[in-house]
Design a protein around this ligand. Structure first.
Ligand SMILES: C[S@@+](CC[C@H](N)C(=O)[O-])C[C@H]1O[C@@H](n2cnc3c(N)ncnc32)[C@H](O)[C@@H]1O
Length: 223
């Protein structure tokens, strides 16, 4: 079972997400445990403030270090765990990163907000920084959800057939292949003949060739 502690100022952003599809199934099956920890509850400020003006007079607000530090420490009480901060400045999230983290017993995710979190938290307590891509969101909650979804479906017993994940994009360093279901003819378009025959060797060959072709045309950098 993988436990994920999420440190966020907006834990309510996870309500629908945790009740939906594969993540809900992973939670229900006990393959995953997600603890939402509200950073504000750790603030020792009398107004429970969690942000302040940046040194240097820059625009925007900075998340203060004390509530984050205490939240991280509290979640590390059970033992060591990787502490991931989601930031556009991090390494780009990939299937390889998800596969690496999917076997961890416990990870702690920090969702940033405002202009930035205080740099000393990053220096002192963060073990990895991960980005969703070259764009800027308002907060790290969506990034945390992407991460949780990605590792949840890799937990044993979550997908009804784990071999399905093994033929998804990036598993073998290639993109996935096109899929068809009934009806056999739709808007004049027919399902490829090979898929309608029962020759599993030929079907696998077709799927591999299609995946290779798609990768070559769309993502030659993967080959
Ligand atoms: C407005 S952004 C901060 C951007 C930061 N000042 C910068 O220049 O990189 C606020 C928070 O949203 C999250 N965030 C925004 N874009 C992200 C991305 N591409 N990947 C992961 N997290 C992101 C981070 O947690 C970040 O601390």
């Amino acid at each position: 079972m993988m436990k994920i502690s999420v440190l966020s100022l907006f834990p309510e952003a996870f309500t629908g997400f945790l009740n939906t599809s594969m993540v809900a199934r992973a939670l229900q099956k006990g393959a995953l445990d997600v603890k939402l920890d509200d950073i504000r509850t750790y603030s020792r400020d009398k107004h429970h403030q969690t942000d302040d003006y940046p040194y240097g007079g820059f625009a925007g607000m900075v998340a203060t270090p004390q509530p984050l530090w205490d939240a991280i420490k509290a979640n590390l009480k059970e033992g060591p765990a990787p502490v991931i901060y989601f930031t556009p400045q991090g390494r780009r999230l990939s299937q390889k990163i998800l596969l690496d983290y999917a076997t961890e017993a416990h990870v702690i995710l920090i969702c940033g907000h405002y202009k930035e979190i205080d740099q000393r938290i990053r220096r002192l307590a963060v073990s990895d920084e991960i980005s969703l891509g070259d764009f800027v969101l308002s907060g790290g909650e969506l990034a945390a959800q992407v991460f949780i979804d990605g590792v949840a479906r890799l937990q044993t017993g979550v997908l009804s057939d784990i071999t399905s994940a093994h033929s998804d994009s990036f598993y073998h360093g290639m993109l996935g292949f096109p899929c068809y279901t009934r009806p056999e003819v739709f808007m004049g378009q027919t399902v490829p003949e090979v898929l309608r025959g029962g020759n599993h060797g030929k079907i696998e060959e077709w799927a591999n060739a299609q995946a290779k072709l798609l990768t070559k045309t769309r993502r030659p950098d993967l080959l």
